[in-house]
Each structure stands twice: as C-alpha cells, then as structure tokens.
Design a protein. Structure first.
Length: 255
C-alpha cells in the first residue's frame, strides 16, 4: 500500500482533503462501489474475496484511488458465492472485523458498503462497524417494507455480535418532489427517526445514474449537478455529526 505522500492529488474531492485517510470496503458482490471508483472488478490481483475466504492480509488488497486520501478494498463477483464458503468457517460473522483490525488505525473513516441482501456478508459488515450503520431509504413504499427487516437484523446483531452497533444516520434517496408518495415517505421516516434522519435529501438525478457507467463518482462526472451538490451537503452534515475513529499519535505529534 502506498504511503500518503505517494497518493495522487485531485481537486475533485474537497471533502477528503480535510481527512488523513478514508477507506471504502466494498462487501457487495455487485461491485458498485468498486466500479464507481474507476476500478475494474474483473482485473484485480486481489479483492475482498481473497481476504475473507483465503485469509489474505487486507493491506495487500487495498488500492489507492485517484482521489487524495481515499483508498479502496475492492469487491469482485467471486463474493456472490462467498456466503456458502464462509458458512463452515470458525467465527464466520467476525471474519471482516478480524481482517480489518490491522489497518483500522491508518484511517479516520472506514465505510463498509453492504450488499442489499441480508446474508452472511451483511452480518460481517454490521459486526465490523464501530460507529454505526447509515441506512439509505428510497422514497418509495416498498423501501419502507424492507426497512423493518433491516432494523430487525440490526437489532439481532447488536444483541449477539456487536453491542456498539447503532443507527448513525438514515438517508432519504431518490426523492421526487413532484410526487405525493415521496413526501409521505420523507414524513414517515422523519417521524420514526427524528434524530437519525439526515436533513440532506438526495434527489432523483440522471447524473447520479450516469456517473458509475463512466467509472467516476458524481463529483468527478458532474460536480455542479443537483445530485453532486446534495452529496457534498451530506458529506458536510456527516462530518459534523460523526466523530472519526481515534488515530494513534505519530512520533512527531508526540513531541
């Protein structure tokens, strides 16, 4: 893994410039976070699959992205069958937590991108979380139906595997101000999560849909679009709300 001095500099990620280190861990076999950061999941020397299934050190699979201070532990399609392979392993729910332990101190924030299904990979992500889980909720009726299942899973993980697990935020996405349903979902979520719901709402925006197909974040693809502006506001709100993971002092800071 490259040192911070070797990381390429970019003006397209102003939020990251304030942080000493951010790691994105892509636990989703669909590899959306990986491809959105410009990495081809089919051309990897190592991925999270190798870390979880073969015991490869996480540091050896982490990639430096084109954004300063932003690194990636990529996913691959091999993870699609990982639930079956992990099922027979000892302490299978804590494999990700153990894998990340040697690198945790190198980052201010570690974001774990979970798959949409509630399987063993998702349980690993929830067990590894130390600050909490951010729940994205589409402003549609069926999203509210799935939310109750996720809340039940979070409750079970907190009781059995990770008593530090809390809801760090609820994010309303794909909001269409022209529909009554969208506003109804916003009202219901904010009524149920008065403290957890972010003030920022992510609107439906075609640029958000187009950006991943170009292997770019929306900040790089269309920085002035409504979607990019909303995510910038969300990042500001998140940083103000959630304290970063404490990092050990370096020798220079100790002096």
């Amino acid at each position: 893994m490259e040192s911070p001095r070797q990381r390429p500099r970019s003006i397209l990620a102003p939020i990251w410039l304030r942080l000493a280190g951010v790691l994105v861990v892509d636990v989703d076999p669909q590899c959306n976070a990986t491809t959105s950061l410009g990495v081809n999941p089919h051309a990897l020397e190592a991925s999270l699959y190798d870390v979880l299934v073969d015991g490869r050190p996480a540091a050896s699979a982490i990639l430096v992205t084109e954004w300063l201070n932003l690194e990636l532990l990529p996913s691959s399609t091999d993870l699609a069958g990982a639930d079956v392979e992990l099922a027979g392993m000892l302490a299978r729910e804590r494999l990700l937590s153990r894998a990340l332990a040697p690198v945790v101190s190198q980052y201010d924030y570690i974001f774990i991108d979970e798959p949409p299904s509630l399987g063993l990979l998702t349980i690993n992500g929830l067990t590894a979380a130390t600050h909490g889980v951010i729940i994205p909720v589409q402003c549609e009726y069926l999203a509210l139906e799935g939310l109750s299942l996720l809340l039940n899973t979070i409750r079970q993980v907190r009781e059995v595997l990770n008593d530090r697990l809390v809801i760090a935020g609820v994010l309303l996405t794909m909001y269409d101000s022209r529909t009554n349903l969208g506003q109804q979902v916003v009202n219901e979520v904010r009524q149920y999560f008065p403290q957890e719901a972010f003030a920022t709402i992510i609107p439906r925006n075609v640029r958000l849909s187009e950006a991943p197909s170009h292997g770019k974040t929306v900040l790089a693809y269309a920085p002035l679009s409504a979607g990019a502006v909303a995510y910038q506001a969300l990042a500001e709100e998140f940083i103000a709300r959630v304290e970063p993971t404490p990092r050990p002092l370096t020798e220079e800071q100790n002096v």
